[in-house]
Design a protein around this ligand. Structure first.
Ligand SMILES: [Zn+2]
Length: 438
């Protein structure tokens, strides 16, 4: 007996359809013809969301099996065949990669996975790691998909969620899906451990509008709830399904950093900072403000228009407010490193005194200034007090301490919403995939 890890990346196209996970669903069926058993749930692995040349969501998959020895050639033959048949080779961004590893996953693969979440990796360095471990690597076109595929083999999903994805045949390219939204709302209500299915108004958010084979995906923290919820949804033309274990919504892309001195472009960080400038909206409705760390390093924080109410809450922050910010670093060709905010925890609000005219000591009426250096006068009874001076009042803040998060339609795949409990397996043993409806 031996183990096999089969991973694929970069087969889909943002504009022309396909989805690498659909290819995984087909491969699950084809590989079931071999004397192999899945040794863990199929894994959907999201990598650095800031990679400029990602196809769609920068997602790869890895299938892990146990079975007879000497099946490498057969696995390779089947996987190549599926990639040939389904990849969108005509899209310049689509550069498929296939990695098959027999045996234990080496530490070097785990390192590549972690680096692939935070950095831009070079193909040659990744291929070297694969060669050294004796992995079978097959790349197409510029072969960049090998980076994601090898990273997916190295993925460590200690922290994870699940996504049950229902697929239609690859030939179907309609942007519309026939899904009964009522059953989706019922499923969300019945299985509260699922999330990201509908928005607060009850509109579906888990149904894509692209020409890809995904009909919908139900995300959740409990595998059997997630699958059961997907079974409740009435949808037309389901060809197959997969219950993926995934690093989605785990903040796997975030690196905790101590200060702002070492922000690398294309990485995602979390840091404690203080607001150091008033916030300002720029054209297009994007909100910007500056922050600094205790060493005096500074950065600009940005909340873009699609995050809607998130910006409004952030616009009430003032200089001196202490925050923990989560976000991705944009490219370096701007004066200050810019943190594209994903969420903010308001740790401590600055205390701001504003001068306020006191009430009249005689009648309790409002007072007003008589002019520069002239003191105050009661508007009601005309009382003029020599000692009457504006008093400092602590400004009432509209913003409160605690997390500020964007609405769900602005979440990215790896974004961890605070409503999510930490992931715990609940003894679910499968099934993980099938043909027809679940
Ligand atoms: Zn008065």
């Amino acid at each position: 007996m031996t183990s096999y890890h089969v991973a694929v990346d970069s087969t889909d196209s943002a504009t022309l359809g396909m989805c690498t996970t659909y290819l995984g669903a087909v491969l699950l069926e084809r590989l079931s013809e071999l004397p192999l058993e899945l040794s863990s749930p199929p894994e959907l692995v999201r990598l650095n969301p800031n990679v400029p040349w990602k196809t769609r969501g920068n997602g790869a998959f890895c299938l892990r099996y146990e079975g007879e020895k000497d099946l490498l050639d057969e696995i390779l033959f089947i996987a190549e065949n599926v990639i040939w048949n389904l990849s969108v080779f005509e899209d310049p961004q689509t550069n498929p990669g296939l990695v098959i590893l027999e045996g234990e996953v080496p530490i070097s693969f785990r390192e590549i996975y972690h680096r692939a979440l935070h950095e831009i990796l070079y193909l040659d360095a990744v291929k070297e790691v694969g060669d050294y471990a004796g992995a079978l690597m097959k790349g197409w076109k510029n072969e960049r998909g090998l980076i994601g595929a090898l990273s997916a083999v190295g993925a460590d999903l200690a922290e994870h969620t699940y996504e049950a994805i229902l697929y239609r045949p690859a030939a179907v390219k309609d942007r519309m899906r026939q899904v009964d939204a009522g059953t989706l709302r019922e499923a969300s209500k019945r299985y509260p451990s699922t999330f990201f299915n509908i928005d607060p108004e009850g509109n579906p958010v888990c149904i894509p509008h692209s020409p890809c084979p995904v009909i919908l995906g139900i995300r959740g923290v409990d595998p059997s709830d997630t699958l059961e919820a997907s079974r409740m949804v009435k949808a037309e033309g389901i060809e197959r399904w997969v219950l993926w274990k995934t690093n989605q919504h785990t903040d796997a892309h975030i690196e905790l950093v101590r200060g702002l001195s070492s922000l690398r472009p294309f990485s995602s960080i979390s840091a404690e900072v203080s607001v150091s400038s008033p916030s300002a909206y720029i054209e297009g409705g994007h909100l910007f403000f500056d922050v600094s760390d205790p060493e005096g390093n500074t950065a600009t924080c940005a909340a873009y228009e699609p995050t809607k109410g998130f910006r409004k809450s952030l616009s009430q922050l003032v200089q001196g407010d202490r925050l923990r910010v989560w976000g991705s670093i944009r490219s370096e060709d701007v004066p200050l490193p810019t943190i594209n905010l994903e969420k903010v925890d308001v740790l401590e609000l600055a205390v701001i005194g504003v001068p306020v005219n006191p009430r009249c000591p005689e009648c309790g009426g409002p007072t007003e200034s008589m002019g520069r250096g002239q003191g105050l006068r009661c508007k009601k009874c005309g009382f003029r007090g020599a000692g009457l001076e504006p008093v400092e009042k602590i400004m009432e803040r509209e913003v409160r301490t605690g997390l500020i998060e964007p609405p769900s339609d602005a979440w990215r795949h790896l974004f961890r919403p605070s409503c999510l409990p930490t992931s715990k397996e609940r003894g679910y043993g499968g099934p993980w995939w099938g043909t027809g409806a679940p």
